[in-house]
Design a protein around this ligand. Structure first.
Ligand SMILES: Cc1cc2nc3c(=O)[nH]c(=O)nc-3n(C[C@H](O)[C@H](O)[C@H](O)COP(=O)(O)OP(=O)(O)OC[C@H]3O[C@@H](n4cnc5c(N)ncnc54)[C@H](O)[C@@H]3O)c2cc1C
Length: 441
């Protein structure tokens, strides 16, 4: 039997899925597939990883739903290229469908997989699914990526048509007559077989948020003390358990501020696709050689939430304990590490990558470089926020701080590890030196 494979990567859902819809309409019986990629997992410390536990549960859920609908779901543990070689030897593949992924590693991997498949006459078809506009769809008049978010956002809104937000009918098509059933399919790997143990962290619902919540989003989003001040859907957007079109439709209708935040997401993904080097170096060449101090013991105090700045400490402890961090706290802790401690933004980016459940390379790098002032789009490099002023603004009643730093205000709480005014002047001087010394290349 000739089959089509649908390869899930960051789209763990059967509803409103662009690539899955195309596969189900191809006329070939569809067999969904997930690969636990050892090129990624070999770098994940064992045995506890909350993201892998989340992924595993989602794969198992999709597999159960596929079996209930009358199909087979395949899951493998290995290098994608090698897995596809095995699949080519074992099955008669008519085509492989998937959704696009714009990260540098993913684009490289997909190029290699497409080559292996095409060498055996099997087309590899990737669809836009995780964003509304990708790659070169929203450019300046001269055909270059927008360097200012406001201009990008306006062009994005001007390009938007109803069909961009229309849901795909994949759930309706997910029926036995469109699915492939394979005899003797290999068992799916378990967490234990991959060297992991279950490790769960709280994940909020993947449901679309309530209408009245979305209407008030611009009023609540900056209030750190509120338990649910923002949508908390980032982890679901990261793994595609929620369709971005669904959330965009709602935001488009009810709240322009939320829509703008979601457009930031498209923007950073577009920028990462255009400038993959920014995953590991500052976009601004003048700021690639800042004389960072990278003081190990100070970095450690930041990681542990022992800086003596309550907003920073609350943020780091929330991150360490829950795998989530409010946007305002992300900005505060990132600014403190980079400017007050003069530690390379890449060390902070790595730390977030290890801890955040919603970790997304494009969004994380984009935001870290924004805070550091080194990115395509960036806060001015000489702007150094005061963590205490930020605290007064976003947590005036200290609700957030008291939740995460119960010893705040007692003798047990450390004094600030560096004085703000001194740190600001030092940071501006060091950044200015880097900025002035190097010519633009
Ligand atoms: C230093 C730093 C690192 C970050 N790293 C990540 C990351 O790894 N993964 C991640 O998903 N977000 C990251 N963000 C962006 C933002 O903080 C989170 O998306 C947001 O806090 C998630 O909570 P929420 O879903 O309640 O957001 P909401 O305020 O409800 O926003 C809705 C959605 O809009 C998008 N969004 C919101 N703010 C931003 C933003 N500044 N940039 C891009 N998209 C945005 C997200 O997809 C978010 O889920 C980072 C921000 C900073 C300052």
């Amino acid at each position: 039997m000739k089959i089509a494979l649908f390869w899930h990567r960051r789209d763990f859902r059967q509803h409103d899925n662009a690539g899955l819809t195309a596969a189900l309409q191809s006329g070939l019986p569809v067999v969904p597939l997930f690969i636990y990629d050892t090129d990624i997992l070999d770098y994940v410390p064992r045995p506890h990883d909350a993201r892998l536990t989340f992924i595993y549960d989602e794969v198992e859920r999709l597999a159960r739903q596929t079996e209930a609908a009358g199909g087979t779901f395949l899951a493998y543990y290995g290098k994608p290229v090698e897995v596809f070689r095995q699949l080519l030897d074992r099955y008669d593949l008519g085509a492989v469908f998937t959704n696009e992924d714009y990260e540098p590693y993913a684009t490289q991997r997909d190029t290699e997989v497409a080559e292996v498949l095409q060498a055996r006459g099997v087309p590899f078809k990737a669809y836009k699914d995780q964003v509304i506009f990708a790659k070169n769809e929203v450019l300046t008049k001269s055909g270059t990526p927008h360097k200012a978010f406001g201009m990008y956002r306006d062009a994005w809104v001007a390009n938007l048509r109803d069909e961009h937000l229309r849901p795909y009918p994949s759930a309706e098509l997910y029926r036995a007559e469109h699915l492939g059933r394979l005899a003797g399919a290999p068992p799916r790997p378990t967490l234990e077989q991959m060297g992991f143990e279950r490790y769960e962290q709280y994940v909020p619902t993947a449901e679309i948020p309530a209408e009245n919540f979305v209407r008030d989003y611009h009023l609540t989003r900056d209030r750190l003390g509120l338990a649910n001040s923002s949508t908390r859907r980032s982890v679901h957007l990261r793994f595609g358990t929620l369709s971005v079109r669904e959330l965009m439709r709602q935001a488009h209708e009810l709240n322009p501020k939320l829509l703008a935040e979601l457009i930031w997401r498209d923007y950073y993904m577009m920028l990462m696709w255009h400038f993959p080097n920014t995953a590991h170096e500052s976009y601004n060449p003048r700021l690639r050689h800042v004389a960072y101090r990278n003081h190990e013991a100070e970095y450690q105090r930041w990681c542990e939430g022992q800086t003596g700045y309550p907003l920073v400490d609350a943020g780091m402890r929330e991150l360490n304990q829950t795998g989530f961090l409010h946007n305002r706290a992300r900005i505060a802790v990132a600014g403190f590490l980079n400017k007050h401690l003069l530690i390379d933004w890449r060390l902070g980016e790595r730390y977030f990558a290890d801890k955040l459940l919603d970790y997304d390379l494009a969004l994380n790098v984009g935001n870290w470089q924004w805070v550091a002032g080194t990115g395509v789009v960036a806060a001015p490099w000489f702007r150094v926020f005061s963590p205490d002023s930020q605290l007064k603004k976003f947590d005036p009643t200290l609700e957030y701080v008291r939740r995460w730093v119960p010893e705040y205000g007692t003798k047990a709480y450390p004094a600030p590890m560096v004085e703000h005014k001194f740190a600001r002047e030092r940071a501006v001087q060091v950044f200015r030196q880097a900025y002035q010394n190097l010519p633009i290349t």
